[in-house]
Write a protein that binds this ligand. Sequence first.
Ligand code: 16G
Length: 257
Amino acid sequence: MTTKPAGTSGVGPSAAPSAGEREPKHAALRAELLALIDDGMRPHQPLPSERELMQRYGVSRMTVRRAMERLCTEGRVYRVQGAGTFVADPSTISKSLHLTSFSEDIRGRRMIPGSRLLVMERTEADLACARDLFLTPGTPVVHLERLRLADDEPMCLENSWLPEDVVHGLLDEGEPPSLYAWLDRVGAAPVHADQTIRATVVDTRQAQLLGVPAHFPALQVERVARDVKGRAVERAVSLYRSDRYDYRLSISREPRP
Ligand code: 16G
């Protein structure tokens, strides 16, 4: 572990300017903290407090918060209100309240995201799709069903429906490695989503695809994602293996009036 005395600027050797380019301090601190975690910290072990990190690395509270925020989004640490920040369990992918893609979640865990394409077709919006995507039933939509993999291991079975007029070109181009990166490229990146999370069990087909016994417990997440213009660009139903995923929520009590 590399530290700097309090009061000096920078967070370690990684913060040193290289070839004229200077890494932002929060990015350098994030790298330092990752090294600290990978260097032998155990899941659920507390990280040093904000104040301790400020002193140890000679950085501002804002820098510590930005680095922690990033690690939280990447699922490497989790926060417990009033208790601190803890090392996440690497055998579980923790989804936070940040809008992230599957690829980002998996890369954040230093695994390689992948997909097995099961369905990619033009179809017509059924009632659920029409309701969520604000379309008239029967409007053309593109349906994707993908088995999502991390280091080639099945993690999640994902169905997405997208209005065809938002994603024209997608069917011709073929399955993108990351749907959200593709949407970003065509100016329809999701920036807001409404989600419903429920417990369920998998049926025989889902069990086979996910590599678990039939009736294995799963988390089903329904997401309606909107782009910056407020257009509903995706309705998705993601079925996560319950042994590999959890959701972490940071909640607080509203001050009484
Ligand atoms: C996430 C989204 C899913 C989206 C996918 C895109 C949830 C509950 N679902 O899995 O709606 O289609 O990411 O991932 O988070 P990609 O960009 O890697 O294809």
